[in-house]
Each structure stands twice: as C-alpha cells, then as structure tokens.
Design a protein around this ligand. Structure first.
Ligand SMILES: *[C@@H]1O[C@H](CO)[C@@H](O)[C@H](O)[C@H]1NC(C)=O
Ligand SMILES: *[C@@H]1O[C@H](CO)[C@@H](O)[C@H](O)[C@H]1NC(C)=O
Ligand SMILES: *[C@@H]1O[C@H](CO)[C@@H](O)[C@H](O)[C@H]1NC(C)=O
Ligand SMILES: *[C@@H]1O[C@H](CO)[C@@H](O)[C@H](O)[C@H]1NC(C)=O
Ligand SMILES: *[C@@H]1O[C@H](CO)[C@@H](O)[C@H](O)[C@H]1NC(C)=O
Length: 434
C-alpha cells in the first residue's frame, strides 16, 4: 500500500510540540499558524491536492538553503521560527548510481543544518540535483536494477544524516537542462517508478518527499507536458513549482523574473506565469539586464516594460565573483549569472535598507506581473526582481487558490526578513511561540 499521509513529519512535529514538556532552558519552539481562510483544495493542472485545506490546518512555509554558502551563512543564521520546512541544496547525481555526492562545505554543514532544523521543529530535507547536479538522474532511474540501487543510495543518505525528507530537483526529466545532462524520453515514467519503489521501502514510506519542477512539469515520452500527473501526486507530499527564471539574459527583451500573472501581457509576452501553472516557488532574487537610457525610460519619464537590452553586456550580479573562471559539470564556463539577491540589491545601492528604491534609482511596479523593476541610469543596469509588495501579492494568491504554501529560492536572499515578513502578513500566518 503506497498511501502515505502528506505532511506527516509536520504533524509529528506539532504533536511533539504538544507533548514536549516546557523546559526552563526552552529553546524557543514556534509553530506556524496557518491562514484562517483558505479555499478548498482544487484540482490544479492535473494535480489533486492531497491535503484537505478546508479546515485551514496546514500551510507549508519553506525555502531552500544553499549548502555551499554555509561558510558565510551558517545554519544558525536561518530565521527558523518563520519556517516549518527547510531544504538543504544540493546533493548531486554522479556517474555511479550508488553514489550521491556532496561538496566538502556542504558535507560539513549538513549535520548542523539537520540538528538546527529539528531542534526548531522544522522538517529537514535534502535536495538532490539542481541546475548543475542533475547530470546523471536519467541513468540513475533508467533500469529496474539502477532504480533499486538509487533507492538504496537515497536511503543511505537519509539514515547517515538523519533527514526527514528528500527533495528531487531534477532539472529536467525528459528535457534538456545543462547541455551535457543525460536525457531519455522515458525519464518521467522511470522517475515515477523510482518514486514508487522508494515509497515501498519501510524507510521510504514515511519520508517527506517533494519535487521542484518547472512551470510545465513532467514531459511525457513525446516531449510534451503530461496532462495527468496524478500518479506523482500519490507518491510526493508536495511539488514546488519554480515560477521564476521566466525572463533573463536568454530572453528577447527585459521581462519579469517571477511573474505572478501574464494574462494581461501581450500574447508574445506570455511566457508562463504562476496563474497558468500555480506557483508555490518564490524568488528572493532578480535578473539584471544592460539597458540604454533611451530604451529604459519611456516618454512619460517612467521605466518602460519589456525594453530591448544589450545581450552582449551581461552586468555582474551580486551573486557573481568578478573574474570567475570556474567551469560547470559540462566543462563550460559558469560565466556571469547577472543574478542579484534582494539583499544584493540593497548592498549594490539599488534599494534602501528598507527595500524601497534608493536615491537616483528608477522603479516601476508592473501591475500585470505584479513584480518590480529598478534601473540605475548611470550604470544602465535594469533588474527585474521581487519585493515586499510582490511577495504580498503572491501570498494572497497562495491563499486565494488554496495552495499548500510557499518555497523560497533561497533563504539567504532576503534582508532582515523584509520579504518573508511581508509574505507571512499577507497569508495571515502567525507564529505561535512558547
Ligand atoms: C475536508 O475537510 C472538511 C472539514 O473538516 C470536511 O467536511 C470534508 O469532508 C473534507 N473533504 C475531504 C475531501 O476530505
Ligand atoms: C545504470 O547505472 C550505471 C552506473 O552505476 C550506468 O553506467 C548505466 O549506464 C546505467 N544504466 C542505464 C541503462 O543508463
Ligand atoms: C491576472 O490577470 C487577469 C487579466 O488582467 C485578471 O483578470 C486576473 O484577476 C489576474 N490574476 C491575478 C491572480 O492577479
Ligand atoms: C525607506 O528608507 C528611505 C531612506 O532611508 C526613506 O527615505 C523612506 O522614507 C523609507 N520608506 C519607508 C516606507 O520606510
Ligand atoms: C524611486 O522611483 C520613482 C519612480 O522611478 C522615482 O520617481 C523616485 O524619485 C525614486 N526614488 C528616489 C529616492 O530616487
């Protein structure tokens, strides 16, 4: 019997919370009170939410923790009380199906991460894959023999690090991500078989299993998005839809990184949005573009939407190291990402420390995508990003749609919890601290 109860670890934590004797030393235990008025769960893009939210009993407040940044952002710097699930990223696939790798910094930080999470009643997950770590997912699930070996490798990690769950961030089954990833038309079907096998193992039955997927999750063997992915819903506790990186340096013009809506944009600018895919994933970062003043500022003197940009000049983002010559797993230069975290926009002089646009920086809030843009006319850098206003809009959307909650990429991007607090407020989440 494959049935498992969604959020079992979360409920277990709540239970433990009730049972936990109040000790004098009381490491502060907080639980998150969900919004009081969430709509009934609705079938969404073929996924029937397995959680009954009509009683408003559950909300998932989660983010990804970038393990490779542990030296600058140790697990102790996470505002644990504002989350109930946290996902350590990334363990990576390797040519050997029995080996799932962690870089040295991550391997050292993971035990601290898990014990910090669990001591705060937060579900500790480990994410496998990511943009640069999904190279051998396809081979790992390709045959019955490999699936069994991969199930064992996953369960070994769970046991070694005392994890509560695993996040599968395969970018992407059946579709090219990083150019040298192995891709097979049967990836989605094999992935499902793997997940089903994992659930049949005693140690896998009660794990929290999640997946991070693109705006069009799970393509079938014909390369088209699958219409019915209910079988995935039966084995996964939840899916985080990565409703970001919709526009970036690869796009024809500047556009919103993480649009909430696109049905009001012109047809050629409808590249997918949370409304058409139902997001749970939120971006605490933006993409930068080099835009001339003529293109950036319209005749009314305000920032233009979807202006042309100079693709040959990618501005350095706050997440870039100048002169970086590192290579990705395919052997290609990592290059300049152009990504600014929200905190990086503040330290980079685009925003004041309270998150509003700094002196001399132009700002526009696009009422369609419900996301902001800033522009520095001197450096001619434009950034499409998320701020407290767009996080609040997405929080209301999560409630209105009766979604389970949110997953932020990533937990280190915020500054003084400006984004997170805005989201909590919009969703009506209250911390219940003892
Ligand atoms: C969901 O919960 C409500 C309130 O507890 C209950 O009336 C309803 O039958 C449940 N629906 C499902 C599908 O479980
Ligand atoms: C199974 O895994 C091994 C590595 O452990 C790999 O060499 C092999 O190609 C995989 N099988 C398939 C069909 O991909
Ligand atoms: C998206 O835009 C359409 C058209 O403007 C509007 O009717 C709809 O309410 C918007 N949805 C959200 C969630 O903002
Ligand atoms: C944000 O900070 C700026 C600069 O310190 C200040 O001028 C502005 O009034 C502040 N805005 C809010 C809403 O606090
Ligand atoms: C913020 O942006 C608006 C719109 O571009 C602009 O009018 C305002 O002057 C900017 N704020 C500051 C402090 O420069």
């Amino acid at each position: 019997m494959l049935r498992h109860f969604p959020l079992s670890m979360f409920q277990l934590h709540l239970l433990l919370l009730l049972l936990a004797p109040l000790t004098a030393s009381a490491a502060q235990y907080c639980s998150l009170k969900p919004p009081t008025s969430v709509n009934s769960a609705s079938p969404v893009g073929g996924i029937q939410h397995s959680t009954n939210t009509t009683d408003g009993s559950e909300v998932i407040a989660s983010a990804w923790y970038p393990g490779w940044l542990a030296t600058d952002f140790p697990p102790s710097s996470i505002p644990w009380s504002k989350y109930n699930a946290m996902t350590f990223s990334f363990a990576t696939t390797t040519p050997d199906v029995s080996t799932i790798a962690l870089d040295d910094v991550s391997a050292q930080a993971l035990p601290q991460f898990v014990s910090a999470a669990q001591s705060h009643g937060v579900t500790a997950l480990l994410s496998i894959g990511g943009w640069t770590g999904s190279q051998y997912y396809s081979t790992a699930v390709a045959t019955s023999e490999n699936r069994t070996a991969f199930v064992n490798a996953v369960l070994d990690l769970v046991s070694k690090y005392n994890l509560d769950g695993i996040d599968f961030d395969w970018e992407y089954p059946g579709k090219t991500g990083l150019p040298c990833n192995v891709v097979n038309p049967d990836d989605s079907a094999n992935f499902l078989l793997f997940l089903q096998e994992l659930r049949t193992q005693p140690a896998g039955a009660n794990l929290v299993l999640t997946a991070a997927v693109g705006l069009q999750p799970f393509v079938g063997s014909d390369g088209e998005p699958m219409e019915d992915i209910s079988q995935f819903a039966a084995v996964l506790d939840r899916i985080a839809i990565m409703a970001y990186d919709v526009w970036g340096s690869w796009s024809p013009t500047v556009g919103p990184n993480a649009p909430l809506n696109d049905s009001c944009a012109s047809a050629s600018n409808q590249d997918g949005s949370a409304v058409s895919a139902i997001t749970l994933g939120l971006a605490a970062y933006g993409h930068s573009f080099s835009v001339s003043q003529n293109a950036a500022i319209n005749q009314m003197g305000s920032l233009a939407l979807y202006p042309d940009f100079d693709a040959s000049t990618q501005p350095l983002g706050s997440a870039d190291t100048p002169g970086d010559t590192s290579l990705d797993p395919c052997g290609d230069p990592n290059g300049v990402s152009g990504i600014f975290t929200f905190a990086g926009l503040i330290s980079g002089g685009f925003l004041n420390s309270n998150g509003t646009n700094a002196t001399g920086i132009d700002y526009v809030f696009d009422s369609c995508s419900q996301t902001p843009f800033v522009y520095n006319p001197t450096s001619q850098v434009m950034v499409s990003y998320d701020d407290a206003t767009s996080f609040a809009a997405k929080g209301r959307f999560i409630n209105d749609q009766g979604l389970l909650g949110f997953a932020v990429w990533d937990v280190t991007g915020d500054q003084n919890d400006i984004l997170l607090d805005s989201l909590h407020e919009a969703m009506g989440i209250e911390q219940d601290c003892e």
